[in-house]
Write a protein that binds this ligand. Structure first.
Ligand SMILES: *Cc1c(COP(=O)(O)O)cnc(C)c1O
Length: 393
């Protein structure tokens, strides 16, 4: 293994640990505990465990360590901690860092559960949270102050796919010594170089593109060795949100094909955005990788491709959106994303149903909005499916 391999090579070989059998595919170590050669060896390991010495699966496990090392290598991070879900990663990173009296600035356009953690949970423990429009640098500048401990945002927002300028926001945060925590799910580990652009901590829901085949929940927190081992690990190993070895194996194998899948998905997403452009039944087509996206310059600077998700706003509101969804045959109605299967969601009545109308309006979640996570099916079938369903509207 070499540290200078390119990300797609790391995704296949990075972090591999082989047993005495020399297995080609990584082994699943379905064990919660480990046996010591002597009482003295047990004592020594509890004083300090080496990189291939494990104590208990909540603290670490060989299959989980392979996944952590592999994703850290391909992301260009010093270290990683794998978690039971994406939300265990988001809440774990925040809780591990914050204490009563700290101040957090976050963008308002967030995944529902991220919003709940910031708005309802952290505030209960005396953390003050200020929300801003993440695309407006003046609002970040106004909200970040001495005493701001963490700046948190999703680099591409869900479901309206607004892009946040990682470099510019990180500069503002670093001026006051705040830690920049980026939920990078929509950008994917394939297209984003968030660490190079200033992020201190990057989080993924592995449930999305890393598995990419709808099998398991998982998450990961990436950052400096010091941060992962001194801040994140003690919190996670004592509160219990660690990843299971079986899940780690699913995610390890997911990483091997992730770049192929995600590149194909992004190419198809762009092709669909082009097929949808100026369609008479659509009020808006939003795809960060399309030249018509309002932040196309920033997208081109920040990301290799526009991601695997696009959103369309169908003229005629909810009734029209439902007719479109019900006419789809290849794409499935579901709320996951990043999957090999194309998935369509109506955010206003599902993922964002809980939001009051004024917040839906502020976030651009209109009754006609449909979010499409593009899969790896043949693009001709996807185009025929989507354009045919629009005919039914
Ligand atoms: C899905 C998602 C999460 C949560 O991940 P889970 O694995 O479902 O817990 C967090 N943030 C974003 C942006 C997501 O899309």
């Amino acid at each position: 293994m070499s540290d200078d391999w390119k990300p797609s090579t790391q995704a296949v070989h990075g972090g591999a640990r082989r047993s005495q059998y020399g297995e080609l595919s990584e082994a699943i170590f379905l064990t919660q505990g480990f046996v010591y050669d002597s009482a003295e060896a047990a004592e020594a390991r509890f004083v300090e465990a080496g990189p291939d010495e494990f104590i208990y699966a909540r603290y670490g496990n060989p299959t989980v360590a392979m996944f952590e090392d592999r994703i850290a290598m391909l992301e260009g991070a010093e270290d990683a901690f794998a978690t039971a879900s994406g939300m265990a990663a988001v809440s774990g990173a925040l809780m591990a860092m914050l204490k009563a009296g700290d101040h957090v600035v976050a963008s308002r356009a967030l995944f529902g559960s991220c919003l709940y953690v910031l708005e309802e949970i952290l505030t209960r423990y005396g953390v003050e949270v200020t929300f801003v429009d993440g695309t407006d640098l003046a609002q970040w500048e106004g909200a970040i102050r001495a005493g701001t401990r963490v700046v948190f945002f999703e680099s591409i927002s869900n479901p309206t796919l607004e892009v946040i300028d990682i470099e510019a926001v990180s500069k503002l945060a670093h001026k006051v010594g705040a830690t920049v925590l980026v939920d990078n799910v929509f950008a994917t580990p394939v297209f984003s170089r968030a660490f190079e652009q200033g992020a201190d901590v990057v989080i993924y829901s592995a449930t999305k593109h890393i598995d990419g085949q709808g099998r398991a929940l998982g998450g990961v927190i990436l950052g400096s060795r010091e941060f992962i081992r001194k801040t994140v690990e003690p919190y996670m190993k004592h509160t219990g949100g660690s990843m299971s070895p079986f899940t780690a194996w699913v995610m390890l194998k997911g990483l091997e094909t992730m770049s192929l899948r995600v590149n194909a998905q992004a190419d198809s997403a762009l092709a669909l955005a082009e097929a949808f452009a100026s369609h008479p039944k659509l009020a808006r087509v939003i795809y960060p990788g399309h030249a018509g996206h309002s932040q196309h310059g920033l997208v081109a600077r920040q990301m290799a491709k526009g991601g695997t998700v696009l959103s369309i706003d169908i003229q005629g509101g909810q009734a029209a959106a439902f007719r479109f969804l019900n006419a789809l045959r290849v794409a499935k109605i579901s709320n996951n994303l990043g999957d090999a299967k194309t998935i369509a969601t109506h955010p206003a009545t599902t993922t964002h149903q809980r939001l009051p109308q004024d917040q839906k309006d502020a976030l651009g979640i209109t009754p006609g909005l449909v979010r499409i996570s593009v899969g790896i099916e043949d693009i001709a079938d996807l185009k025929a499916d989507m354009l045919g369903a629009l005919e039914q509207v």
